[in-house]
Design a protein around this ligand. Sequence first.
Ligand SMILES: *Cc1c(COP(=O)(O)O)cnc(C)c1O
Length: 376
Amino acid sequence: MLPFNKPYFTGNETKYIESAVSSGKISGNGDYTKKCQSFFEQNFGIKKCLLTTSCTDALEMAAILIDIKPGDEVIMPSYTFVSTANAFVLRGATIVFADSRKDHPNIDENAIEGLITSKTKAIVPVHYAGVACEMDTIMDIAKRHNLYVIEDAAQAIDSYYTGKDNVKRALGSIGHLAAFSFHETKNIISGEGGLLAINDEKFINRAEIIWEKGTNRSSFFRGEVDKYGWVDIGSSFLPSEIIAAFLWAQLENLEQIQMVRKNHWESYFDKLATWARENRIELPQLPDYASNNAHMFYLICDSLEQRTKLLDYLKQHDILAVFHYISLHESPFYDKLHKGGVLPETDRFTDTLVRLPLFYELNPNVVIDVLLKAAF
Ligand SMILES: *Cc1c(COP(=O)(O)O)cnc(C)c1O
């Protein structure tokens, strides 16, 4: 069976882990952690980065940093992973789900303003498939209503948004805060792992404290205070050096990994274009302002029935393709709490989206040849 995903190892992961182990320092915030954080700060124009044990953790830190309290409302798409919502629900927030765009599962930026109330505290755009949300509009709404923007950039490493000012900015460098994931299903991996990106400087000091279990340990080690202690709430959000060492081996090869993934993505896009049109299937659409980081290659079928047929057909030919999110507003946990209206585009993507295998060692022609032989 051709898998949907296969983690790619650059070859240096175990070498760097060995060096972390032999250095005698394997808890967090050591040399590899600092290297990974600087990599993001320098390459993606982020003010301050903190490695975390997952993107989920980075989102939970963001919810603490913006002081989410019971009753606060947070606006986000319904077509997303549970952690986007859960991080805020854990602090008592009410989630207000917005619909997706017609041409993309990303949040419809024009659906946001009508959902704002006096309780709204933040907007959480999710850059689905690593494709940018319309950030100029979202940042403008946030500014006018005094809201925070937290980007769920879990899938969005090395992807960009070009604004109306013609400046190209990395995803994760635009909102007040952002969260990345290095889960084994993402482009750059460390098994489990994540990163909090801080673009509004006022959050930097407190973020370090929350990261270090509510203590000012980081300033102590920099010699800024002569003893450290409990100064705020916090948790154990920082990963060990073993994870950071693994991640460093991946980040060093970012360019190569991205090049290979983009080639696979382009092969799918070019070779499936005619077949897709003939079968009423949509290929991914990239708005002009968004770059492609080849995180995912998906198809949009014309119905749930067509998608079921397509998935079954691929399975019969030993290829594992998969659908994606079940809208959160219809989840067993949240459907009774959801107080927004109907979300027709979200529901459509829940029923019709298919993800094709996409990983470094893939030969996309294997999947393409099988698809081209069939009509749906
Ligand atoms: C993968 C993913 C997450 C969670 O990432 P973890 O590192 O597994 O916690 C959150 N949001 C989105 C959109 C994701 O794709």
